[in-house]
Design a protein around this ligand. Structure first.
Ligand code: AMP
Ligand code: MG
Length: 347
């Protein structure tokens, strides 16, 4: 059996069976490919962290079909209801307080008291959720620290080349191929667990669209939040779940250095352009369409992250709408891996 399989109904049924037995399945969502496992199963959740090499302090997003499924896992606030009505299914993740009797494995939330929930719109993701009838913990299906996968082949490259990931008996049962992701950047993460909504990660739903529903622009959490645990969130080992590692500076990084707002390039540098940048090696959207640029961003960063190029220069991009999300991801890709920044801080 091949690891990558077309997402037809029979294969989705087999994938659901694998999920129910505690194994993992990578599947397409409209944002990026996810690495899914039963969010109630400590074994499946541990396999997700191990497969991604993700630090256990970094909580996972849980995918549900709709708000009623979300209400079994978390306390749904009136604001969450309004936002879900406006944006679900779609690329918006809401961080909410756990329900008292939540069936989620504690490892999903990294031992924290909140959970990040999302209802994906992709038909394959929805069919899989319906078939397995369980909440799916599903972070992006890349190795921790690297660029998110927007094609099934990216997942195979990122995860499957590890010899321990051969299909027989390995945690990852299969990668469902649903073609290229239509949004192409990760979900927007909005924290509703405090007194005011806080944007933890810009993403596929723009800040402008959120503001239209909220009636105000959500506050933005500071980059690099304090790492010292508060007594409210500290775990017995003295560490705390990260408030949102999506906030960390170096994240989504290709191997090669990335340089932003480039006006010209060095001889060995690739140039990632936008809206017809002269001399671009690749152009995110020759027509200047930000949705097209978002769809192309990660695949093009991967395509340029190889010889003969030794670095990637990126032309200036618009800063509003999805442009804010693109600039956010590129700023993280360009950020230096700081000496004092432990390797486990990257996803
Ligand atoms: P990924 O799982 O790779 O799509 O990334 C999920 C993002 O949501 C990461 O930045 C996580 O740190 C963040 N996240 C997940 N759960 C929570 C939570 N309970 N509170 C805050 N952020 C979260
Ligand atoms: Mg990720």
């Amino acid at each position: 059996m091949t690891l990558v399989r077309p997402a037809d109904p029979a294969t989705i049924a087999a994938a659901a069976q694998a999920l129910r037995s505690g194994r993992l399945v990578a599947f397409p969502t409209e944002t990026v490919y996810g690495l899914g496992g039963d969010a109630r199963s400590p074994v499946a959740v541990a396999a997700i962290y191990a497969t991604k090499k993700r630090p256990s302090r970094n909580p996972l997003i849980v995918h549900v079909p709709d708000l009623s499924a979300a209400a079994i896992l978390a306390r749904i606030t009136p604001l969450a209801e309004r936002l879900a009505a406006a944006f679900w299914p779609g690329p918006l993740t809401l961080v909410l307080p756990l329900a008292d009797d939540t069936p989620l494995a504690p490892q999903v939330t990294a031992g924290g008291a909140t959970v990040a929930l999302r209802a994906p719109a992709h038909p394959v993701a929805r069919a899989l959720l319906a078939a397995c009838a369980c909440p799916l913990a599903a972070p992006s299906a890349n190795r921790s620290g690297s660029v998110s996968p927007t094609r099934a082949a990216h997942v195979a490259v990122d995860l499957a080349l590890d010899p321990r990931m051969s299909p027989e008996g390995a945690p990852l049962a299969m990668i469902l191929d649903g073609g290229p992701c239509q949004v192409g950047v990760e979900s927007t993460v909005l924290d509703l667990s405090g007194p005011h909504p806080r944007l933890l990660r810009p993403g596929g739903v723009t800040v402008e669209a959120l503001a239209a529903v909220l009636g105000e622009t959500p506050g933005r959490a500071a980059l690099f939040p304090a790492r010292r645990p508060t007594t409210a969130t500290a775990r017995p080992d003295g560490t705390a779940p990260l408030p949102s590692p999506g906030l960390l500076r170096s994240h989504y990084a290709p191997d090669r250095p990335v340089r932003l707002n480039a006006e010209s390039t060095a001889p060995d540098e690739a140039l990632l352009g936008f809206a017809g940048t002269p001399g671009a090696t690749l152009d995110l959207s020759p027509a200047g369409d930000l949705e097209e640029a978002a769809r192309n961003l990660f695949a093009m960063l991967r395509a340029l992250d190889r010889p003969p190029y030794t670095a990637i220069a990126v032309a200036p991009l618009p800063t509003t709408g999805l442009g804010a999300t693109l600039n956010d991801r590129l700023a993280r890709a360009a950020a230096p891996r700081e000496a004092g920044d432990p390797p486990d801080m990257h996803d």
